[in-house]
Design a protein around this ligand. Structure first.
Ligand code: NAD
Length: 289
């Protein structure tokens, strides 16, 4: 049976780092970090997630403000709201709650967030910095996966790393981050499955990261014995949350495996809070100059 790679211990460690940062900032500048979640419409799922972020933020001494815009808001109005937040010195970080209604262009709105307030790491400038290996904000989930992998003590160099899912917030940035650690990276996606090649690639993975959103897509028997398995997928079925990997069967073969829920999720939120605290500290020190 593989070792459980739970998110809680790492999240707790990051929370401690954030509390130290926030305490120092309050002492030095007389104020703590503040971030704003821009939410369009009031879907139950989005509101629940925002409440969860608010609760964690409060625990760490960070203030979370929510701006809710009506479902039928125009693209220009959302961009105007983002610009207002960019220009508001009391706001250190901006989160655009996804998904947006289909009439809005998500990428165009995200590109209007000031890069130094882009705590989710989704602005084109921050994404580009990953290729250049320059410090910037990195998408929180990709970062969470890297930090969880590091917890295992794995030597990345030369490892066969297979990522299933090629989104801009998980698969693509993670592929670049693993490449920089000299892993041999394969990225699979819907085209891989349609070509009948998913099983072959997964079977070769020494490091396997799955971010698709299809429960049980990855069969337990495909896991290479001794592999590290990180399951990013989240699907709600009948009030329960499921990942993308057949957990019980995969855990028998893997050396390490993340649970769902309780794996990548809590670390992602902790990293988001760390980004908010770092953004706030940088902005305060620039204001002081
Ligand atoms: P996305 O929805 O943008 O893209 C899905 C990816 O899966 C694409 O690359 C697509 O080609 C691939 N795919 C779809 N069907 C496939 C199949 N049958 N075989 C192989 N590949 C297939 O992805 P996303 O936004 O990165 O989200 C992926 C999952 O991760 C979702 O379940 C999401 O809820 C979850 N997620 C979790 C966290 C977290 O913190 N735990 C954060 C972000 C996303």
């Amino acid at each position: 049976m593989g070792q459980l790679l739970a998110g809680a211990p790492l999240a707790a460690k990051i929370h401690d780092e954030v509390i130290t940062l926030v305490t120092a900032m309050k002492k030095r500048y007389g104020r703590g970090p503040v971030f704003c979640v821009a939410q369009v419409g009031d879907s139950k799922e989005a509101s629940l997630y925002v409440e969860f972020q608010k609760k964690i933020a409060a625990k760490l001494g960070i203030e979370c403000i929510v701006r809710t815009l009506p479902e039928m808001v125009k693209q220009e109005e959302v961009i105007a709201e983002i610009h207002a937040l960019n220009n508001d010195a009391s706001i250190n970080g901006i989160i655009l709650q996804l998904p947006l209604p289909v009439h809005l262009n998500t990428a165009r709105i995200q590109a209007n967030i000031a890069p130094h307030k882009d705590v989710e790491g989704i602005h084109p400038e921050n994404l580009g910095r990953i290729i250049l290996k320059n410090a910037g904000f990195t998408p929180c989930t990709a970062c969470a996966v890297m930090e969880l992998l590091q917890q295992t003590g794995v030597a990345f160099s030369g490892k066969e790393a297979v990522i299933v899912g090629h989104s801009g917030i998980v698969g693509k940035p993670l592929a670049l981050m693993l490449l920089d650690k000299l892993s041999t990276v394969t990225v699979c996606h819907i085209g891989t499955t349609q070509a009948g090649n998913l099983e072959k690639h997964v079977r070769s993975a020494e490091i396997l990261v799955v971010a698709v959103g299809k429960p049980n897509l990855i069969k337990g028997e495909w896991i290479k014995p001794g592999a590290i398995v990180v399951d990013v997928g989240i699907t709600c079925i009948g009030g329960k949350v499921a990942g993308d990997v057949e957990f019980e069967a995969a855990a028998k073969r893997a050396a390490f495996i993340t649970p769902v829920p309780g794996g990548v999720g809590p670390v992602t939120v902790a990293i988001l809070m760390r980004n908010v605290a770092q953004a706030a500290r940088l902005q305060c020190s620039k204001e002081k100059q």
